[in-house]
Design a protein around this ligand. Structure first.
Ligand code: ATP
Ligand SMILES: Nc1ccn([C@H]2C[C@H](O)[C@@H](COP(=O)(O)O)O2)c(=O)n1
Length: 228
């Protein structure tokens, strides 16, 4: 740029559940002074609203009819990401089992995706220094012109072990089956399914520690910024 200011950098991080998208994206954004957007939290928030208002989450027509109603606000500070729906802090409730079990069905409804995708694009466009956006369809659909696209993977066993560690006492097989079910639903829906963009860099995190994954992604962003 003529005034020497750095161009905002847009980083898209996609992948299945438990591959480390949130942990990696937050740390990379914090380290590089970028904003951070957890798009899964937005789909969880609209799902929470549907449940809270008694909408049948197995009825796509009922969901579509009210998809424009909830006001979802995402705070993009990677040190303190926040999410509210109609002014209510839902950061805790959206991680509950009920929302987790219903979020794939709600997020498959095209009217929901259109609404949330618009919101995501407007947040990314207003990020002054740039942003790390994580989800399932960021590189393919939401931000196809992102400067850098990463697709994180890990074996089903590694992902289940990571999640079981979080959910104290959870059975490994049950956790692995629940992850596989959600990934299958997210990958097979018609509208912008979970998919790797053709120009994404794939990082298999199975045998990497979280700090190693963060370092790898930070290096990729720095290389991109340096024009390598
Ligand atoms: N490379 C890694 N090695 C070990 N544990 C990890 C690694 N990456 C992430 N974790 C741990 O795995 C768990 C899941 O990570 P995280 O929430 O970042 O995944 P995610 O891809 O965002 O999942 P979801 O899509 O379901 O939100 C967390 O407890 C995190 O600390
Ligand atoms: N870009 C996105 C992000 C998330 N979803 C849906 C599908 C996931 O199962 C769910 C929850 O995401 P998580 O919090 O586990 O990352 O939200 C999507 O469809 N598109």
């Amino acid at each position: 740029m003529e005034n020497g200011a750095a161009q905002p950098v847009i980083v898209a991080i996609d992948g299945p559940s438990g591959t480390g998208k949130s942990s990696t994206s937050k740390a990379v954004a914090a380290q590089l002074g970028l904003s951070y957007l957890d798009t899964g939290a937005q789909y969880r928030a609209i799902t929470w609203w549907m449940v809270h208002h008694g909408i049948d989450t197995d009825d796509p027509t009922a969901i579509a009819a009210v998809a424009a109603k909830p006001e979802i606000v995402s705070g993009t500070d990677p040190e303190n990401p926040t999410i509210t729906v109609d002014g209510v802090d839902v950061a805790g409730p959206i991680r509950g089992q009920d929302v987790t079990a219903k979020v794939s069905a709600v997020s498959a409804v095209p009217e929901v995706r259109t609404r949330i995708t618009e919101l995501q694009r407007s947040i990314a466009a207003s990020a002054v220094t740039g942003i790390v956006v994580e989800g399932r369809d960021i590189g393919t659909t939401v931000l196809p012109d992102a400067d850098l696209k990463i697709f994180l993977t890990a074996s089903p066993e590694a992902r289940a072990a990571r999640r079981s560690g979080e959910l104290k006492g959870a059975d490994l097989n049950t956790t692995r089956e629940a992850l596989a079910k959600r990934d299958a639903a997210d990958s097979s829906r018609k509208t912008s399914p979970l998919a790797k963009a053709g120009d994404a860099v794939e990082v298999d995190t199975t045998d990497l520690t979280l700090p190693q994954v963060i370092e790898c992604v930070v290096t990729l962003v720095e290389e991109k910024r340096a024009g390598k």
